[in-house]
Design a protein. Structure first.
Length: 397
């Protein structure tokens, strides 16, 4: 019996450690909650003191953005986002500066407060917390301009030039005491296959501490481009806010981003808060069970994440050994219908097809580099929060 018990303990040693740590966390949870409560109280009091005595500081940086703002912003940033858009014809830099300033930067709400104040602010530490500080010398010319190498009207730009610029901007440091965003133009762009028409490239670069890509593109569509509610097009609340299980689905495509918004109708009568009674009751029971189990589940999940062994493969390199060099590739355009056809044929979700494509790209990269392909790899990817705040710039991942 002792041998069996010892063999069982040896084979389940990892599980025993996880359960033991989960029980320890659960027993110590009152102390942990008191520490969190004290920290939150100090955070609130510090915010009040800043409003009363520190006129150059504004609101405290929210936790989601504070994690990203702890980046090496003025060195080699990890959370820069760089996107570019092709515009028809030539765009005047003066008109773009005035448009961005009036429709976005200087836009106020009904109370006279800036709708996007962080576009004129930058994060600074204060008593171990990050706060937004106003740019005392804010100028729209510092954030919206013509690229320095594009001031020569005789130079024509192609897609390789654009990709080279994007590659250099991904790790470019930010200027001290300025907000972490910029928009600049590159005129005289001639894409491949187009020899007559000259276009303009608009670059958008921002640090994710100001907001996630979804909120930035919502800002562009709603305010800068005035594209919402035009000809029945709407900005989707979340890229994952639709399902296609045996429902009649109607779609609308945003004219600027190509994003599709799905409206679903299952054809059934809805009586109980917009849904049938059995379905609504089942959802309520599931939510009640989830909320009841969650306090007991959190310590176990937390302990599992802590005790989970790290991946042992060549892809997992320590951050101190990273050279922080990015490689970009411009792929050909493809129709979203191809992804839908593949998912319907295989009976999987839309996201599964995208993850399979990313997995294949990583596998091909490892093969090309001569690296042994691991049997499994742990991944993490953000899930977009279904945010109803249509006019907020922030992180909702």
């Amino acid at each position: 019996m002792a041998c069996i018990s010892k063999a069982w303990f040896s084979s389940n040693f990892h599980r025993v450690r996880v359960i033991s740590l989960a029980v320890f966390i659960f027993l110590c949870s009152p102390v942990i909650l008191l520490l969190i409560l004290g920290l939150q109280t100090y955070r609130k009091l510090l915010g009040i003191c800043v409003r009363l005595f520190k006129c150059d500081l504004d609101e405290i940086v929210v936790p989601r953005s504070a994690v990203l703002a702890s980046d090496d912003i003025y060195g080699i940033p990890n959370y820069n986002v760089v996107s570019w858009f092709v515009l028809k014809g030539k765009v005047s830099i003066d008109s773009l500066q005035s448009t961005v300033y009036e429709k976005v930067v200087n836009k106020v709400d009904s109370g006279g407060n800036y709708l996007y104040p962080t576009l004129q602010q930058f994060p600074v530490p204060f008593h171990k917390f990050l706060f937004w500080r106003w740019d005392a010398d804010f100028k729209i010319e510092n954030h919206v301009y013509i690229h320095e190498k594009a001031k020569d009207d005789n130079k024509c730009w192609n897609e390789d030039d654009i990709m080279d610029i994007q590659h250099k901007l991904l790790r470019k440091q930010w200027t001290h005491h300025r907000s972490l965003w910029e928009v600049f133009l590159i005129p005289n762009f001639k894409p491949s296959g187009c020899f007559r028409e000259t276009k303009t490239v608009l670059f958008l670069r921002f640090h994710e501490s100001l907001g996630d890509p979804a909120s930035w593109f919502r800002l562009f569509i709603l305010d800068l481009c005035d594209c919402d509610n035009i000809n029945g097009h709407h900005v989707p609340r979340s890229p994952y806010s639709f399902t296609t299980d045996q429902m009649e689905v109607s779609k609308h495509t945003n004219p600027l981003t190509g994003t599709q918004h799905f409206n679903k109708d299952d054809g059934r009568d809805k009586h109980w808060f917009g849904e049938t009674f059995p379905k609504s009751l089942l959802k309520r029971l599931r939510r009640f069970a989830f909320e009841f189990i969650m306090p007991f589940r959190i310590p176990f999940d937390f302990a599992t994440q802590i005790m989970e062994p790290r991946d042992e493969n060549a892809w997992n390199v320590h951050e101190s050994q990273l050279i922080k060099r990015d490689h970009l590739k411009l792929i050909d355009k493809f129709s979203i219908h191809h992804i839908k056809e593949a998912k319907n044929m295989l009976g999987v979700s839309f996201t599964s097809i995208l993850l399979a494509a990313c997995t294949s790209a990583i596998r091909i990269t490892l093969i090309n580099l001569g690296i042994t392909i691991p049997r499994t790899m742990k991944i993490a990817f953000p899930i977009v929060h279904d945010c109803h705040c249509n006019q907020n710039l922030g992180n909702y991942m």
